[in-house]
Design a binder for this molecule. Structure first.
Ligand SMILES: CC(=O)SCCNC(=O)CCNC(=O)[C@H](O)C(C)(C)COP(=O)(O)OP(=O)(O)OC[C@H]1O[C@@H](n2cnc3c(N)ncnc32)[C@H](O)[C@@H]1OP(=O)(O)O
Length: 409
């Protein structure tokens, strides 16, 4: 088979998007949803694979900036919309697109590449490691109480239109970015994607709702959610579906959870994408009845090991030589000396003796502080070559706050 990769042309968008929907087993996309994706697609970074004149593969990359430990926003290629026709599967089409997509990232000097995976098994071979997780919760609000916030006299919770309130909510989201590794800066288009709510995909739920919490008239938090009404022979049994909740004031944060738990005629809150260190665990009267679960969220790969490691801050002073293996981008393979602290770091190739050896996917997994070098060493995926180096580097690579991706892409 002779596969040709072409840059996506706007004229080919509809066919390209239909191919993607079919590969995901979906029906006709809702026009609002399709328009949302079209508003953020970057044609020059999107590829269409052809077998002759037949389109058989799709992939795209978004030019994101991602928050990393230390607070910098680092250019990151966000891989997305990957599909290969079932008629052409397992013949290397994905592999050829991955190679080209990473070359495009290299040309743009993006230190990092990221993705969320339809299946976790696919991307390790291309050097991506699991960098952040999502916590989901199903809170039994008939039994679980959320502690009343102290310092709440000046707080006001009010309804808002999800779209009209976007600018002020996005400003709050942006203020929180530097303190939350793994989060993405959102353009106006990306902000609008967060409130796309196709009626055909609500599965019986209400349209998207939004409440704001303000202190002295200043926004300190917001929650976006829908409600699925349900009734059985014992009465109301509705469900609050939490899409997004952000706050930069502990009392405002608690007020939002209390509001959600108090929505009339509902008996549970279902949240799919919360940070693993969500403070709600410490507000809930019965954390077991919150039914918390973890799942993989974002996979990360250094595209340029030196630039990636120099772009973040380190929790403790670090001076370590890493022997990195990268089969897919061999330019990264070799020994790197990393020296830095909270304020910043330098990282360059070296001939010095290595202290730790690891693969590039393992480096991606620990980069945001979501897992540790020590954990990976216990799984045999990192090797300590100088006694003491593992514990010291593991501490340095940590993060005060767990990495969190607030939305998919
Ligand atoms: C970031 C995102 O967009 S995630 C979305 C990914 N897309 C989907 O899940 C849609 C449905 N699936 C598909 O379209 C295709 O099956 C794809 C894109 C997952 C794979 O495309 P293919 O062209 O068949 O992959 P390709 O032949 O290049 O395989 C490369 C390697 O990945 C492996 N691989 C491919 N798909 C899978 C999978 N689903 N699970 C495990 N391994 C996989 C292959 O076995 C091969 O391994 P090897 O190098 O060890 O031989």
């Amino acid at each position: 088979m002779n596969t040709e990769l072409r840059v996506l042309r706007p004229a080919d968008w509809s066919e390209w998007f239909r191919h993607l929907s079919r590969a995901f087993g979906e029906g006709e996309a809702d026009p609002a949803e399709e328009a949302g994706w079209r508003s953020v697609v970057e044609y020059e970074r999107s590829l269409a694979a052809f077998d002759g004149d037949e389109l058989i593969g799709t992939s795209g990359t978004f030019s994101f900036r991602m928050s990393v430990p230390g607070g910098a926003l680092v250019p990151t290629g966000g891989l997305t919309m990957v599909s290969v026709s079932a008629t052409h599967r397992r013949r290397g089409v994905l592999k050829s697109m991955m190679r080209r997509q990473l070359e495009l990232s290299e040309e743009r000097e993006e230190p990092l590449a990221a993705l969320t995976a339809s299946e976790p098994d696919i991307y390790g071979r291309f050097g991506y490691g699991l960098a952040s997780q999502w916590m989901s919760a199903t809170v039994d609000t008939g039994r679980v109480r959320f502690a009343a916030p102290a310092d709440a006299e000046d707080l006001r919770v009010r309804w808002a239109d999800p779209e009209k309130s976007l600018p002020e909510c996005e400003a709050l989201y942006a203020r929180g970015l530097a303190g939350r590794p793994g989060s993405l800066a959102r353009s106006e288009e990306w902000a609008r994607v967060q409130v796309i709510d196709p009626p055909g995909e609500r599965a019986g739920a209400s349209p998207l709702r939004c409440v704001l919490v303000e202190r002295d008239g200043r926004l300190v938090g917001y929650a976006r959610f829908s409600v699925t009404p349900r009734w059985d022979d014992a009465g109301a049994d509705g469900q609050v579906n939490l899409w997004e909740l952000e706050a930069d004031d502990p009392a405002g944060y608690a007020a939002l959870w209390r509001f959600l738990a108090g929505v009339d005629l509902t008996s549970r809150i279902v949240a799919g994408k919360r940070p693993v260190d969500d403070p709600m665990r410490f507000l809930a009267s019965d954390v077991r009845r919150c039914r918390l679960k973890l799942r993989d969220a974002m996979y990360l790969r250094p595209v340029d090991v030196g630039a990636a490691l120099a772009a973040r801050g380190y929790q403790a002073p670090v001076d370590v030589v890493l022997d990195v293996a990268d089969d897919f981008l061999p330019r990264n393979t070799g020994r790197w000396r990393l020296a830095g602290d909270r304020r910043g770091a330098v990282c360059a190739p070296t001939r010095d003796t290595a202290d730790l050896s690891l693969g590039v996917a393992e480096l991606g997994a620990v980069y945001l502080g979501g897992s540790t070098l020590t954990e990976l060493a216990a799984a045999g995926r990192v090797t300590e070559l100088r006694p003491g180096a593992l514990a010291a580097a593991s501490t340095a690579f940590g993060s005060d706050r767990a990495p969190f991706l607030a939305h998919g892409f």
